[in-house]
Ligand binder design. Sequence first.
Ligand SMILES: *[C@@H]1O[C@H](CO)[C@@H](O)[C@H](O)[C@H]1NC(C)=O
Ligand SMILES: *[C@@H]1O[C@H](CO)[C@@H](O)[C@H](O)[C@H]1NC(C)=O
Ligand SMILES: *[C@@H]1O[C@H](CO)[C@@H](O)[C@H](O)[C@H]1NC(C)=O
Ligand SMILES: *[C@@H]1O[C@H](CO)[C@@H](O)[C@H](O)[C@H]1NC(C)=O
Ligand SMILES: *[C@@H]1O[C@H](CO)[C@@H](O)[C@H](O)[C@H]1NC(C)=O
Ligand SMILES: *[C@@H]1O[C@H](CO)[C@@H](O)[C@H](O)[C@H]1NC(C)=O
Ligand SMILES: *[C@@H]1O[C@H](CO)[C@@H](O)[C@H](O)[C@H]1NC(C)=O
Ligand SMILES: *[C@@H]1O[C@H](CO)[C@@H](O)[C@H](O)[C@H]1NC(C)=O
Ligand SMILES: *[C@@H]1O[C@H](CO)[C@@H](O)[C@H](O)[C@H]1NC(C)=O
Length: 431
Amino acid sequence: MDLHCFLINFVSLLVLYCAMSCLAIEATNTTTDQSSLLALKARITGDPHNFLANNWSAATSVCHWIGITCDVNNRVTVLNLTSMALTGTIPPHIGNLSSLVQISFSNNSFHGSLPMELVNLRSLELMNFEDNNLEGEMPSWFDSLPKLQHLYLSDNDFTGPIPPSICNISTLRTLDFMNNDLHGYIPNEIGNLVNLERFILYGNPLISGPIPSAMFNISSLKNINFAMNRMSGSLPDNMCQNLPVLKYLILHHSQFVGSIPSSLWQCKELVRISLDNNRFTGTIPRSIGKLNLLKELYLDNNNLEGEELMLYDEYNSDNSLSAGEIPEELGSLKALERLRTGINHRITGSIPRSLANCTSLWELELGGSSLTDANLLGEENFTAKKDCILSTLELAVDCSVESSERRIDITDVLSTLKKIRTNFEKSVAMT
Ligand SMILES: *[C@@H]1O[C@H](CO)[C@@H](O)[C@H](O)[C@H]1NC(C)=O
Ligand SMILES: *[C@@H]1O[C@H](CO)[C@@H](O)[C@H](O)[C@H]1NC(C)=O
Ligand SMILES: *[C@@H]1O[C@H](CO)[C@@H](O)[C@H](O)[C@H]1NC(C)=O
Ligand SMILES: *[C@@H]1O[C@H](CO)[C@@H](O)[C@H](O)[C@H]1NC(C)=O
Ligand SMILES: *[C@@H]1O[C@H](CO)[C@@H](O)[C@H](O)[C@H]1NC(C)=O
Ligand SMILES: *[C@@H]1O[C@H](CO)[C@@H](O)[C@H](O)[C@H]1NC(C)=O
Ligand SMILES: *[C@@H]1O[C@H](CO)[C@@H](O)[C@H](O)[C@H]1NC(C)=O
Ligand SMILES: *[C@@H]1O[C@H](CO)[C@@H](O)[C@H](O)[C@H]1NC(C)=O
Ligand SMILES: *[C@@H]1O[C@H](CO)[C@@H](O)[C@H](O)[C@H]1NC(C)=O
């Protein structure tokens, strides 16, 4: 055998050896995927609809199992057990599904804690365990998942502080910790999450402290929801300077103080502002009238008043308003559907006629404010009253239909009643 031939044979052998060992590694990995999922199945104590009972069987490839998606190498990339009514715990073996990109167990009854072995899921982009009964301290190892974009842990029983290490996952776009028992503050390092779009802490009654100012520099933010907790401090007046795509600002039922930022109009995409049930003072900035996309504005149960109104003269050409009123400018909110300013005892004046221009408005709750509308009390508007009474009577007839299928649904009754009231208030405001 000459050298040439020897080399060819040697190279062929090498190639063959490589191919076999590569196949072996792949086979080991697919076997591991199967044994990891069977370990999970073994921890399921309740499967009332038999989703997994017969389906997850070693007789078929895991790639044909319900809730599983594989890649071209038959490795598991998606494990999705959403809404299967499963009860059980999560075994550490899940950490062996080394090609996993998405894992979702949302809306089941898994309990126990999240196993630390999940840190081995180096390709994971989405982790969704929302709506289960998971407990224990919020894990601090999420920063070991270098590609994590979406983390949903809402509606569980996690405790402890928000781990500052979470602020090191620069790929993060969603952080949803709604309805848990977390305590402590939002870490100052939160500003490092330059891709963050949604940050939901709603319903963690022990979360306190202010919103770190660095957060208002995260220009990707679309949804800030810190309602129903104990957060305090004020909102910087220029908070909207670097938040061009913010759609939802939800801060109700907390302990925020200070005035409503005059820069809110710079968050041009805002659809919903819920600042109700806090301790905001000052006035409703007239410039809110520039938010063309705003559908819902909730300001009730604060200490709003009128003294600072004069600061916003630049937006008010006729200067006819007196301090403390609901700004006439809200009438230019064409998309506005719901407005509540009730129970701010220092709001006075009359219902602005311009609100009749909010053609999408169907909920108008101004009650509880010290509003005195001369039209409402004094001047008669027979047409408005007649329309109101006739519509109410018509609804009453719809409610009394004998056949239950043809009878109007209770949610429709409520929305119709609200429309009747809104129409009445609007037409009276117009007179
Ligand atoms: C999967 O295969 C890779 C090589 O392709 C190997 O490095 C890794 O350890 C294997 N993972 C498991 C869980 O067996
Ligand atoms: C398991 O469920 C999947 C998805 O519903 C289905 O395509 C498959 O045929 C089922 N396999 C068995 C063995 O029942
Ligand atoms: C999981 O499946 C549900 C439908 O059952 C679907 O709505 C959801 O988008 C899926 N999630 C993932 C991460 O694939
Ligand atoms: C949760 O799962 C149950 C079935 O187990 C389903 O009926 C219900 O609609 C799901 N809820 C949500 C919010 O998806
Ligand atoms: C998978 O994970 C479990 C627990 O983390 C471990 O005991 C087991 O050795 C791992 N490997 C395989 C191939 O199952
Ligand atoms: C973030 O990562 C850096 C570098 O790895 C480290 O020094 C720092 O302590 C981490 N920060 C947090 C809050 O974990
Ligand atoms: C926000 O960004 C600006 C410039 O991009 C910077 O000067 C400022 O210090 C940042 N603020 C915070 C609180 O990080
Ligand atoms: C309401 O609309 C009418 C006509 O569309 C317009 O003349 C009036 O100036 C508007 N009022 C306000 C306060 O926007
Ligand atoms: C009274 O209300 C009706 C709508 O119901 C409206 O068209 C009318 O302009 C109002 N004013 C007067 C003085 O009738």
